[in-house]
Design a protein around this ligand. Structure first.
Ligand SMILES: O=C(O)CCC(=O)C(=O)O
Ligand SMILES: [Fe+2]
Length: 290
């Protein structure tokens, strides 16, 4: 705000005072229109700079989906495909011909997201426990007994089918690919395996084999953590997606979906990246819970 104020207020005033000195010396009135023109031009330039300043800022950020809304269907926005896919072998019924981004709260329930998070937490804690021979099986059985584990294959399959339905693909031609990972973000240890998540990036460029990226969120923006919104960067126009437990967001992985994640300012943000490829040679099998 201060910056803009200086541009608007400062320049024209300076021009007028130097111009009036000029007039006193020469005593001619014909320079008045020139002074006016210069003042108006400066004003327009200052206005333009001010507008640029504002448009660079996050002011032109539109909320694509809010945390507190429940999407009982899939909200899809089509965007023109980038040329990224042309550098790769094309696979019929899979390689994006229609590109875009989508969000749904109807594929995975909040309850399932909660179970997933509890399970990840418990298995993480159990890994911290000292290991001794022969007890790992017992530990695993205890885990399964007390914490009904989420069915990863079922979760993956439902996400895959929704991607196929939305983009008009043959679901059997999509394959889970690496890296499919669990992420935990907070403001103290921002540097994890996928460090610097806040930088704008293109998944197809970063990870190569990706054709469709999906994210399953396990915690709530504004409730469990602050910051950490997912941002689609469309030039000067940004569109944010607010994570919600059980929410699945998915998009074609090319540069039509340049994105970043805002830095988490408080609390902890949990998500799982589930990525798909069209290339069977990059396929991986479903991860197993240990
Ligand atoms: O966690 C997210 O919302 C997105 C993370 C991301 O962009 C990535 O891992 O490539
Ligand atoms: Fe990404």
């Amino acid at each position: 705000y201060c910056h803009r104020h200086t541009i608007h207020g400062g320049s024209p005033r300076r021009t007028v005072s130097s111009a009036s000195k000029h007039q006193q010396k020469k005593g001619s009135g014909w320079k008045k229109p020139i002074v006016g023109t210069v003042a108006v031009s400066l004003f327009i330039i200052a206005g333009g700079l001010g507008w640029l300043y504002v448009s660079q800022d996050e002011f032109v950020t539109e909320v694509f989906v809010r945390q507190d809304e429940f999407l009982d269907g899939t909200k899809f926005v089509q965007v023109p495909c980038s040329e990224d896919y042309e550098n790769f072998k094309r696979f019929k019924g899979c390689t994006p011909q229609r590109c875009g981004r989508a969000v749904t709260d109807a594929v995975i329930s909040r309850e399932e997201a909660g179970r997933m998070l509890r399970y990840l937490f418990v298995s993480f804690v159990s890994q911290l426990m000292p290991k001794s021979h022969g007890d790992s099986e017992l530990k695993g059985n205890l885990l399964f007994f007390f914490f009904c584990p989420p069915n990863l294959s079922s979760l993956r399959q439902r996400i895959q089918e929704e991607i196929a339905r939305t983009f008009g693909l043959d679901a059997s031609r999509l394959f889970l690919t690496k890296p499919t990972f669990f992420s935990r973000m907070n403001n103290t240890d921002a540097k994890t395996i996928h460090d610097e998540y806040w930088h704008p990036h293109v998944d197809k460029v970063t990870y190569g084999s990706f054709d469709y990226t999906s994210l399953l969120y396990l915690s709530d923006y504004g409730v469990d953590f602050g910051g950490g919104r997912f941002v689609f960067m469309d030039g000067s126009h940004n569109r944010t997606m607010e994570p919600r437990a059980g929410r699945v967001s998915f998009f074609s992985s090319g540069s039509e979906n340049l994105h970043r994640v805002e830095k988490v300012s408080w609390g902890t943000r949990f998500a799982i990246t589930v990525s798909f490829t069209c290339d069977p040679t990059h396929a991986i099998s479903d991860p197993t819970l240990t």
